[in-house]
Ligand binder design. Structure first.
Ligand code: ADP
Ligand code: MG
Length: 448
């Protein structure tokens, strides 16, 4: 006897969709696939064990309840991990349709979903990307992936291209950085080939544009992208963009293009936590010839906390040492070799002055007021934030920090830090602000 609960499953998901937020739905149901049934049991395919644990914890009871309600009897759920198709498989099918280059000329074949470690820092972005690759133009259009440097934006956007459906032939997928897009556009105007440029971009099935923050201030390119966007959007062609910050924080972007970027789904990438850093390191080591001891992996994961690119760099350095000098790297040698990485070089030159400049700029306050004695409400929170950041990001004592803020007492600084820490717990809008401020502070250059 064949059991088919597929329409029951469809209805269940449909109803749940109406009960939870879109964001949650994309994240947890976008990649949950009906995968056959047996008597009284529904098989569901999920992309990873992390995903499985999460969905079981969060939704199993809810799904079972809903199924029972619709079916009138209890059904069991059986979750199975089935990772999304390897880019290679997709590519092979595509090659048989279109003889020619083995892989897409603009996509790195190693940027696959298989090699992308999913942790709590990137689940939403990764799952949305997988859903888009499965159903381009239907699921979430456009999709914007944003986050700081080295957190996997390029990897994810290219993985979408690599895993797109087999009938998306090489010429139907375009991956470019916003910089290349801009240069190509300018060149096409100079060469009198703008019509070809327009034709190329308006006839793709999947447009992937990396690092759109580069478009800031480039009005004519923005206009061209706007028309490309409209053409693709109106014919349900998938677009994915990446950006180093939320679109709302881009400066010098025309309102109409901004509103287009914001139209679909925005997902962010955060720095990985300790467990995810370990998982990423282990995954990278799988692909290397040398082996690295667990205590050394732990050392790296504890000390390199910034982003995945830095994790990779630390690992590459050790791998080179292991290859050239000594196969079995001890903890002491690893510490010596990685000294530069652990000094967190990006944090070295941060001063209280830089923090004050960035914070006052961010809140459009005067630098002098932020440092000064004024006690208006508009200044109170930014000033507390600046004090908090000074304590977090520099080695200065509370006394020294107080001195730089109009000669305030160290207890004022302690109070400010406490206030901010309390507020982070209750006010969810504060955390992204702090994250952005930290980024601006790290990237601050004297010339700016
Ligand atoms: P970004 O474009 O955000 O600056 P990249 O996509 O270039 O970052 O990522 C930097 C490096 O880190 C790449 O080699 C990428 O493969 C790797 N990486 C980033 N995130 C992950 C992840 N979650 N799992 C595995 N590798 C990752
Ligand atoms: Mg990138």
């Amino acid at each position: 006897m064949l059991w088919d609960y597929s329409s029951l499953w469809k209805e269940t998901v449909n109803q749940i969709k109406g009960e939870i937020s879109e964001q949650e739905f994309v994240m947890w149901f976008g990649n949950l696939q009906y995968d056959g049934a047996a008597e009284g049991t529904i098989n569901l395919a999920v992309p990873s064990s992390f995903y499985k644990d999460q969905i079981v914890q969060r939704y199993k009871a809810k799904i079972e309840r809903k199924l029972a309600e619709l079916q009138g009897s209890r059904l069991l759920l059986n979750f199975q991990i089935k990772s999304p198709p390897r880019a290679q498989t997709v590519r092979r099918e595509r090659d048989s349709l279109t003889p020619g280059p083995q892989t897409h000329p603009q996509l790195k074949h190693e940027y696959t979903f298989d090699d992308f470690v999913i942790g709590e820092n990137n689940t939403f972005a990764a799952n949305a990307s997988i859903a888009i690759a499965r159903n381009p133009g239907k699921a979430y259009n456009p999709c914007l992936i944003y986050g700081g440097v080295g957190l996997g934006k390029t990897h994810l956007i290219q993985a979408i291209g690599n895993a797109s459906p087999a009938d998306f032939t090489v010429d139907k997928i375009v991956y470019v950085t916003a910089e290349t897009f801009t240069n190509e556009f300018i060149n096409s105007i100079q060469d009198g080939t703008a019509h070809l440029f327009k034709k190329k971009y308006r006839s793709v099935s999947l447009l992937l544009i990396d690092d759109i923050h580069f478009l800031q201030g480039k009005t004519q390119t923005q206009e061209e992208l706007f028309y490309t966007f409209e053409a693709l959007y109106n014919s349900s062609r998938q677009m994915v963009f990446t950006c180093d910050r939320p679109v709302s924080e881009l400066k010098e972007l025309t309102d109409r293009l901004r509103s287009r970027f914001e139209r679909g789904l925005s997902v962010d990438l955060q720095p990985p936590n300790y467990e995810t850093r370990i998982a990423i390191l282990k995954k990278k080591i799988e692909n290397m010839v040398v082996s690295i001891r667990d205590d050394v992996i732990d050392l790296i994961a504890r000390n390199v906390t910034t982003n995945v690119r830095d994790l990779e760099a630390a690992l590459t350095k050790l791998a080179a040492y292991a290859d050239l000098v000594d196969k079995d790297i001890s903890l002491d040698i690893a510490k010596k070799q990685l000294r530069d990485f652990f000094a967190a070089p990006s944090q070295k030159n941060i001063t209280i002055d830089i923090i004050q400049r960035v914070v006052s700029d961010y809140f459009s306050l005067s630098y002098a007021d932020l440092r000064g004695k004024k006690r208006t409400k508009a200044i109170a929170l930014p000033r507390q934030l600046a004090m908090y950041l000074a304590r977090e990001m520099t080695e200065y004592s509370t006394t020294e920090v107080g001195y730089e803020f109009g000669g305030r007492d160290h207890t004022t600084v302690m109070y400010a830090c406490q206030k901010i820490e309390d507020r982070i717990k209750t006010d969810s809008t504060l955390e992204p602000i702090i994250r952005n401020l930290k980024r601006n502070i790290r990237e601050y250059r004297i010339s700016s």
